[in-house]
Design a protein around this ligand. Structure first.
Ligand code: ZN
Ligand code: ZN
Ligand code: ZN
Length: 707
């Protein structure tokens, strides 16, 4: 007589419906034993029976990890009415065969009871398939998943096979238990064998949605005819973008897009501002300019985008500039006219300069050429081309106004004034070398620094993130830029930087506008891997298209939802729900698809049964022993996994492997040895259709009970 299968995980008090699945109530860890006093025992009213239990089938190594051996409630049972009763308590370990015998005390030849029990667990499952292709996969994998768990003495029992309510291309794991796929009140749909009953869903593609930015540039020469396409990279994967024509951008990617992707930014790479769009707001040498946005198509785009402020769009300008000029850390006194008033005699020559050294003023004045030339030198001034505005000389009480043309700009700070044309000045000075004074009153033109100024050199500045009617000041160069959307210009003002004579600054402007694209402006192909955006269908993007048509390169930045496919998914430890996919955004052949589904199912049930544990409890020594096959996210995947037969190697895309926090990842060996089902990904070429010995032992000791 073969041993009785005894299901340790099934509840003793299961529902009546469940009882029909079992010939006897062979469930739970307690077996009630009784011997009817027949045969030689029938009239032996004082007889007792002695009990023994032995077992085999469990590897020795497991012994330490099982809480307690089989326990009989009593070693000897007295007769009670017509029976001898006992109770056998079994540890939670499958794959053992117990032999229980009752012998009449003192009569070894009388064995009124000899039974064998083989320990098992049973897991009921209900399958939902999305279509006939999914159904065919289930039919093909059914004997294989059954065999894999049978190796751990876990019996998979099919409860119902049902078609899902919808057949969808992608099933997103954003709602627990995917309730749109079935109705639990439908016939045979409830998990009526709970807590030993799981739901398995086989869908076309199981995905999670992940958001990321991608950026790319398009110019109006990019077309498939030229064989030009642009590759961009996200998360290490290449995605190809092709522009078919000016108004349509096509994304062709390996990973599918989700319909709910959100925003795209169209921005021009730096646009060189044409000189004719730049107007100086003040005479040289101030750094004060106005950029007329209407003077250039791409700049006009900035303005149009800004007017759309009430729409769901945001835009920004980055201004880059370069100019030759001089720098004053203390900034510049912005008034353009600067007066010099000083009294001089012939004694004030180059060796005896008159110095004005106030907090701001630091000019020196003297007379050269025996009084014919007046020199004013000011290291804090940068004089304009027309260095002076007015020259007034008071000699002998009479103010004389000289023509500005007698002044010559010698250098940035120095001007010389020819006094020789006025004889009255020479006469006044000649009265006495020390007392013959003249008073000069000169108004110079230009900028004056509030501190020392550096030598003339080339400067660059960047004013980032200029939004609507906001002023931003660059930290280093102290250049301010403000966009006046009503005046349609960009004002650029230098606070510490002064551009050099004859050196008009060069400006570049980068404009970006992020807009949500209306549903009508984009379309996805069936697989979700090809996204087309019709730029002409959106106002802002149409402007970007116009800029492209005008010869600009336009940079795009998209905020996309990418689909991340899963092979399998379970909704938490000890869940009664497992979802499986039949493919991963590609068409696997049947053999691969079936193997992946087998692995995914067994892997997820493995997780639900506590694999891979970090520790094993050693009941013999009383300590928790480290499971040296255990690893988690830092060395690959998500969650606890098993690296049986794998090797720890360097992670990262440079090696064609995913990145990990530790920089290392468990990876299949090159010798072809097969990995455990609890390896962290579905490497169908490397993973065996079996649990490794360590995981298998753990499965035998883990109670299948889904809450
Ligand atoms: Zn896993
Ligand atoms: Zn394993
Ligand atoms: Zn439940």
């Amino acid at each position: 007589m073969p041993p009785t299968k005894w299901y340790l995980n099934l509840p003793k008090t299961f529902p009546r419906k469940l009882a029909r699945d079992l010939k006897k109530k062979n469930a739970g860890t307690v077996i009630n034993l009784d011997v009817t006093a027949g045969g030689a025992l029938a009239f032996a009213f004082d007889a007792t029976v002695d009990w023994t239990v032995t077992y085999d089938g469990s590897p020795d190594a497991d012994e330490d990890y099982v809480p307690a051996g089989p326990t009989l409630a009593r070693a000897r049972s007295p007769r009670h009415h017509n029976k001898f009763k006992n109770q056998l308590t079994l540890p939670m370990v499958t794959g053992r065969t117990y032999t229980v015998e009752a012998r009449r005390t003192g009569h070894d030849d009388q064995v009124p009871l000899s039974r064998q029990y083989e320990t098992w667990q049973r897991v009921y499952y209900t399958v939902h398939y999305m279509n006939q292709a999914c159904r065919a996969i289930y039919d093909a994998i059914r004997p294989r998943i059954t065999a894999i768990f049978a190796a751990a003495n876990i019996e998979l029992k099919e409860r119902a096979v049902l078609e899902t309510r919808v057949d969808e291309l992608f099933t997103t794991v954003d709602s627990p238990l995917l309730p749109h796929l079935y109705r639990t009140r439908d016939k045979n749909c409830a998990l009526d064998r709970a807590p030993c009953h799981i739901r398995m869903v086989i869908v076309n593609d199981l995905v999670d949605v992940e958001r990321s930015w991608v950026s790319f540039e398009i110019d109006n020469t990019t077309s498939p005819e030229d064989g030009q396409c642009i590759r961009l990279s996200t998360r290490g994967d290449d995605h190809e973008i092709i522009v078919y024509e000016n108004d349509t951008v096509v994304f062709d990617t390996a990973e599918p897009f989700d319909e709910r992707w959100t925003k795209i930014t169209a921005s021009t790479p730096p646009i060189e501002v044409p000189d004719e769009c730049v107007d100086a707001l003040a005479d040289h040498p101030m750094l004060e300019f106005e950029i007329d946005v209407d003077g250039d198509a791409a700049l006009a785009y900035l303005h149009e985008a800004s007017l759309e402020g009430q729409r769901d769009s945001t835009w920004e300008v980055t201004l880059r500039g370069s100019c030759r000029g001089r720098w004053c850390a203390e900034g510049w006194f912005r008034r353009y006219e600067h007066a010099v008033k000083v009294e001089l005699t012939l004694a004030n020559d180059a060796g005896n300069k008159k110095v004005a050294a106030g907090h701001y003023d630091r000019y020196e004045c003297w007379l050269a050429d025996g009084g014919d030339t007046l020199i004013i030198d000011d290291p804090r001034m940068v004089l304009a081309e027309t260095a002076v505005q007015t020259i007034t000389v008071t000699a002998s009480g009479e103010p004389l106004v000289l023509d500005a043309s007698v002044a010559t700009r010698v250098s940035d700070g120095c001007v010389s004034i020819d006094l020789s044309g006025e004889s009255s000045i020479a006469e006044a000075l000649a009265v006495n070398e020390n007392t013959g004074a003249i008073t000069i009153n000169v108004v110079r033109c230009g900028a004056r620094a509030n501190g020392d100024i550096d030598d003339e050199t080339d400067h660059e500045f960047v004013v980032p993130k200029i939004g609507e009617s906001t002023t931003h000041k660059d930290d280093d160069r102290a250049v301010q830029c403000r966009f006046g959307y009503k005046t349609r210009n960009l004002n650029v003002v230098g606070d510490k930087l002064l551009f050099a004579a004859g050196a008009k600054p060069k400006f570049e402007v980068e404009v970006s506008a992020a807009v949500s694209i209306a549903a009508g402006a984009w379309s996805l192909n069936g697989a979700g891997t090809k996204l087309e955006i019709d730029l002409s269908a959106d106002g802002d993007l149409a402007l970007a298209a116009a800029a492209m048509a005008a010869g600009r390169t336009v940079a795009f930045k998209g905020y996309f939802n990418w689909r991340q496919s899963f092979g399998g998914y379970n909704f938490g430890k000890a869940t009664h729900f497992v979802a499986l996919t039949t493919k991963k955004f590609g068409n696997w052949d049947d053999r691969v698809m079936q193997k992946r589904t087998v692995l995914a199912f067994c892997h997820e049930i493995g997780h639900a049964l506590g694999l891979s544990p970090k520790h094993f409890r050693n009941y013999n020594s009383g300590v928790n022993e480290v499971n040296d096959r255990y690893y988690t996210d830092d060395q690959g995947g998500t969650g606890p996994h098993c690296h049986y037969n794998a090797e720890l190697v360097t992670a990262g895309s440079a090696h064609g492997r995913p990145d990990t926090n530790s920089g290392q990842i468990w990876w299949p060996r090159t010798d072809g040895s097969e990995l455990c089902i609890m390896y962290h990904t579905l490497k169908h070429d490397s993973v065996a259709e079996e649990f490794c010995p360590i995981c298998l032992s753990h499965l035998k000791r883990s109670k299948a009970h889904f809450t």
